[in-house]
Design a protein around this ligand. Structure first.
Ligand code: IMP
Ligand code: MG
Length: 175
């Protein structure tokens, strides 16, 4: 076995579920009659997206975009690459971007520009976690789950080198 530290629970799956329920009422109020297109950023948002749409009880569509700015380390390379394009038509749609965690903000700055070129009716952002101390560019998060200190997190979809995505809780990876 490696000497990698054990992940330590920071936000439990129960706390996540409570917060997602609260977010869902805000999102429902804004989008109930808009047939929004929710675009999740792969891979990290897959679990958050699944739990979020399960509690949204109005017509909506789901798509994903693959964006990659990380290598195998814990720092952003600063360069964002599209690894999977969404199949949905974005033009004239109310788009809600679903993101796992905002770190430097570079991924979202890139995605906002990418989407705005496709002339959507609106683009807003729902992020489960924000690390405000890490922002390198301004980011507006319209629906935010949790603000956390500057720690590297894993679990609930978040990875370190593709590992730990299956943990049910959001954990801190020390070391
Ligand atoms: P940004 O472009 O620096 O804001 O990075 C955003 C992306 O980096 C997120 O979508 C995550 O996939 C990844 N990321 C940022 N912080 C963490 C973390 O603490 N754990 C795991 N992935 C992270
Ligand atoms: Mg990632």
């Amino acid at each position: 076995m490696s000497s990698q530290a054990e992940p330590r629970v920071l936000i439990s799956h129960k706390e996540i579920a409570v917060r997602i329920n609260q977010l869902s009422s805000e999102i429902s109020n804004a989008y109930r009659d808009k047939n929004p297109l929710l675009i999740g950023i792969l891979k990290g948002s897959f679990m958050f997206m699944a739990d979020l749409v399960r509690v949204l009880d109005f017509p909506l569509e789901v798509d994903f975009i693959g964006l990659s700015s990380y290598g195998e380390g814990k720092e952003s390379s600063g360069k964002v690459r599209v690894t999977h394009r969404p199949g949905s038509e974005v033009r004239d749609r109310h788009v809600l971007v679903v993101e796992d965690i905002v770190d430097s903000g570079l991924t979202l700055a890139f995605l906002r520009e990418y989407l705005l070129k496709k002339k959507p009716a609106s683009v807003k952002l729902c992020a489960l976690i924000d690390k405000p101390d890490r922002h390198q560019v301004p980011v507006t998060i319209d629906y935010l789950g949790f603000t956390v200190p500057n720690k590297f997190l894993v679990g609930y979809g978040l990875d370190w080198d593709e590992k730990y995505r299956n943990l049910p809780d959001i954990c801190v990876l020390d070391g």
